[in-house]
Design a protein around this ligand. Structure first.
Ligand SMILES: C[S@@+](CC[C@H](N)C(=O)[O-])C[C@H]1O[C@@H](n2cnc3c(N)ncnc32)[C@H](O)[C@@H]1O
Ligand code: SF4
Length: 362
């Protein structure tokens, strides 16, 4: 995250204020559910009949009301909306919050569109990656997608704005490829953030590693953490990586704050607690009362959850390097990750130790 010290401080203050005001830290605006891809792990894909969509100013009004620190423009595929620039422009508050993130499969991304979106107020481009090679195109069912990304992403990162990063959903199909994806991020001169698969979207448990695969998953996670410590551009902190591992071993993480710390706006403006729950609400107040107060779901631990449910101490620890660099202009010790907003390279506390295999078997 290429964020200034002033905005980082504002983000921290907004996060604290919103916590007490029961307002979300992060809001994902799914501006269309139409998608140019049809990924194995996702419920979207192809056209959506008769989709009712708000206009740019309507999304902006919701954004002003909820006052999140971070706004994602997502979908479906947001670049499939011709007015995505107007939406970004209406929601953005140049030089101020919300921090505007475009989440895309990059199939339609060009250097021209990148500049237009940047000019419209997008602060960060979060590009999904599932495999470090042509298998990515197969998984997303877009022929030639990986080849295209291999061309366009380095062109964009070569501009030196530091505002494009990769996001990768860890599944039973790709966990062996995590280190290769980290290497690819470095080759593309960008950083990579990890998230974990939830079976809820497509009702398919096959995307979760089987118990007999967990030792191998753990080894791959350790490899990624070692790479991060060696300076590879991994955004996810060591603590969060082990929490992802715990999600796989225990098949759930309690304490979901969907509707309170994060929520989703549908194309028609209805509120949904997360992308995997179908209940629609007219206001956050209704959602807090009717859903969040009674929510016992543990079936996802996507990066949004991992990042918005952090305690203040976890947030500060995970972003220690970035905060020290921004506020005290402290130089990064040699060997540390060059990625802004990365977590500390500290030894895990007992609590953060990877869960033992016996937990997985249970
Ligand atoms: C739904 S997509 C929308 C934005 C855009 N189309 C894209 O693919 O980046 C947002 C993110 O959700 C992730 N995702 C899709 N299905 C998922 C699942 N079952 N569990 C966790 N994440 C999932 C995708 O990998 C992607 O990074
Ligand atoms: S993950 Fe993104 S690109 Fe893939 S089908 Fe879902 S919305 Fe489309």
């Amino acid at each position: 995250m290429n964020i200034t010290a002033r905005l980082a401080l504002k983000m921290l203050a907004r996060g604290i204020r919103n916590k007490f005001a029961q307002l979300p830290l992060s809001v994902s605006f799914e501006v269309t559910h139409y998608c140019t891809a049809n990924c194995w792990h996702c419920n979207w894909g192809g056209p959506v009949k008769g989709e009712s969509r708000l206009q740019a100013e309507d999304y902006a009004a919701i954004c002003r009301e909820l006052r999140p620190a971070v706004s994602h423009i997502s979908g479906g595929e947001p670049l499939a909306r011709g007015d995505v620039y107007e939406i970004a422009r209406a929601m953005a508050n140049p030089g101020d919050l919300p921090w505007m993130v475009l989440v895309s499969n990059a199939a339609a991304l060009t250097v021209d569109k990148y500049w237009k979106l940047r000019e419209a107020g997008i602060n960060q481009f979060s590009i999904s990656l599932d495999f470090p090679d042509e298998r990515h195109s197969e998984f997303r069912r877009i022929p030639g997608l990986f080849e295209k990304m291999d061309r366009v992403i380095p062109e964009i990162t070569a501009l030196g704005n530091g505002d494009l990063s990769l996001n990768s959903c860890i599944t039973a199909w790709n966990y062996r490829d995590l280190p290769a994806m980290v290497e690819l991020a470095r080759r593309w001169n960008t950083s990579i953030n990890f998230s974990v698969y939830s079976p809820l979207r497509v009702n398919d448990e096959n995307g979760l590693p089987r118990p007999d695969q967990l030792q191998e998953v753990r080894d791959c996670f350790q490899r990624v953490i070692d790479m991060k410590k060696a300076g590879f551009p991994v955004y996810s902190s060591e603590r969060v990586m082990w929490k992802y591992y715990r999600f796989f071993t225990e098949r759930g993480i309690p304490g979901c704050q969907a509707g309170r710390r994060f929520l989703v706006i549908n194309p028609d403006g209805a509120l949904t607690p997360c992308a995997m729950v179908w209940a629609k609400y007219r206001s956050q107040r209704d959602m807090l009362r009717e859903f969040t107060a009674n929510n016992t779901c543990e079936s996802c631990y996507i990066s949004t959850r991992a990042n918005t449910e952090k305690t203040l101490a976890d947030f500060l620890a995970d972003n220690r390097e970035m905060l020290l660099e921004r506020f005290f202009k402290r130089r990064r010790p040699p060997g540390r990750s060059a990625t802004p907003l990365t977590g500390p390279d500290r030894q895990p506390s007992a609590q953060e130790e990877p869960p033992r295999k016996s937990m997985a078997a249970g």
